[in-house]
Design a protein around this ligand. Structure first.
Ligand SMILES: NC(=O)c1ccc[n+]([C@@H]2O[C@H](COP(=O)([O-])OP(=O)(O)OC[C@H]3O[C@@H](n4cnc5c(N)ncnc54)[C@H](O)[C@@H]3O)[C@@H](O)[C@H]2O)c1
Length: 378
């Protein structure tokens, strides 16, 4: 079946989507939209897209589309997603799902109401060794899972493009940017337990220092109003717990540490998606012996392209969406919970994170003055 795709937001990640779609026979990218029309034009020229728009709503109204990829900055995920769903179009939206729980809940509600598919771009789930270990965990490899520890740490990696460092545009710093991938991955491996309480603390230690050097490009120091480090602790309804940390800048040994540890009573796994020790290690014991297993030989597959190929299979009715919006809503709840806990200095019950009243658009945004005082903390 031929599929007609539209792209909303034609920046860096949109290229990964385009290459993924173009690798699928019978799939056509028929239109793209970007508020910066020259970006849409450049993208269209590179990927042979016939029509460009500077307003996604016009694209949705004029084009006959089966699906769109929403590749806009975080603050612009919710509205295009809901508009597309309401136009009868399936949506693959980039991560994070949204900038707060209220938006994420509206997106889930829109997908349920319109009966259209919605998924979020958590490509870690498409890495071959992560899919392999998920299948083994589902078979009972780890037994009763009681603990997870998730790191998404960069030593010097504040993004130097886009608006990741501006809270109104991004919803937050490394926690919502890269912590979101690690969180989605570890929750999935732990069997998607239901979060009950969240505690956390965020820090802005480096991002607004004029002397700070980021290896990921340059950004305006005086605009930086998000955290550069976050720590969290989560309790789940099944008794399991999770500790997590996310940073764009920290004095750690490696350039990056994206390790994920899951412990059960029969075994444990340590996962590293990137770097020289990328892969998965399984720890267990038999009699007095400790067993360490290092599975190998996984095929080289590009996770973004695997994600798109899976999405195309879903659009053709050949597969079921792997990254379910309801699971991503729980990820968003934990993120909001950490931001809220950090502001209030106490543990947050997830049920407190209900949709905000109209006047408070961003439930986890601290008052401006508070954000500044946290910058002075050093
Ligand atoms: N899955 C991943 O590994 C991954 C990697 C990078 C980025 N991302 C996510 O993808 C999103 C985009 O990131 P990026 O690095 O491509 O950013 P980018 O700044 O390179 O591109 C974003 C594009 O969206 C356009 N845009 C902004 N508002 C718009 C609107 N209302 N309508 C249409 N276009 C609009 C901008 O002009 C820009 O061209 C972010 O949410 C980011 O978190 C995911």
């Amino acid at each position: 079946m031929g599929l007609r795709i539209g792209i909303i937001g034609c920046g860096g990640i949109a290229g990964e989507h385009a290459r993924g779609y173009l690798s699928c026979p019978g799939v056509e990218i028929v239109a793209c939209a970007d508020i910066a029309i020259e970006r849409a034009q450049r993208f269209a020229a590179e990927y042979n897209v016939p029509r460009v728009y500077n307003d996604y709503r016009t694209m949705l109204a004029h084009e006959k589309l089966d699906a769109v990829s929403v590749c806009t900055p975080n603050y612009a995920h919710c509205e295009p997603t809901i508009a597309a769903l309401e136009a009868g179009i399936h949506v693959l939206c980039e991560k994070p799902m949204a900038i707060n729980v209220a938006e994420a809940e509206r997106m889930v509600e829109a997908a349920q109401r319109t009966k259209k598919m919605l998924t979020i771009g958590h490509h870690f789930r498409f890495m071959p060794f992560i899919r392999f270990i998920k299948r083994r965990i589902d078979e009972g490899l780890l037994g009763d899972i009681y603990f997870g520890r998730s790191h998404a740490l960069r030593r010097r990696g504040i993004p130097g493009w886009g608006e990741f460092h501006i809270r109104d545009k991004s919803g937050g710093g490394p926690l919502i940017d890269i912590g979101v991938h690690a969180l989605d991955c570890i929750l999935w491996l732990m069997g998607s337990p239901q979060p009950v309480t969240v505690s956390g603390k965020t820090y802005t230690m480096f991002g607004n220092r004029v002397t700070f050097f980021s290896a990921w490009g340059d950004y305006k120091r005086d605009e930086f109003d998000v955290e550069d480090f976050a720590a969290g602790f989560v309790r789940f309804s099944n008794g399991a717990t999770l500790v997590l940390a996310a940073s764009w800048a920290a004095h750690i040994e490696e350039q990056e540490d994206f390790s994920q540890l899951v412990l059960g009573d029969r075994g444990g796994v340590m996962l590293r998606p990137f770097g020289p020790s990328a892969g998965v290690r399984i720890q267990s014991s038999r009699e007095e012996a400790l067993l360490d297993v290092l599975p190998s030989g996984f095929p080289e597959k590009h996770p973004h392209q695997e994600e798109i190929r899976h999405w195309v299979a879903c659009l053709r009715g050949e597969a079921e969406v792997l990254v379910k919006p309801e699971e991503c809503l729980n990820v968003q709840r934990i993120i909001d919970g950490i931001y809220r806990s950090s502001e209030l200095g106490r543990e947050i019950r997830v049920e407190e994170l209900a949709p905000p009243r109209k006047e408070e658009e961003h439930p986890h945004r601290p008052p401006r003055q508070k954000a500044r005082s946290s910058r002075r903390r050093r």
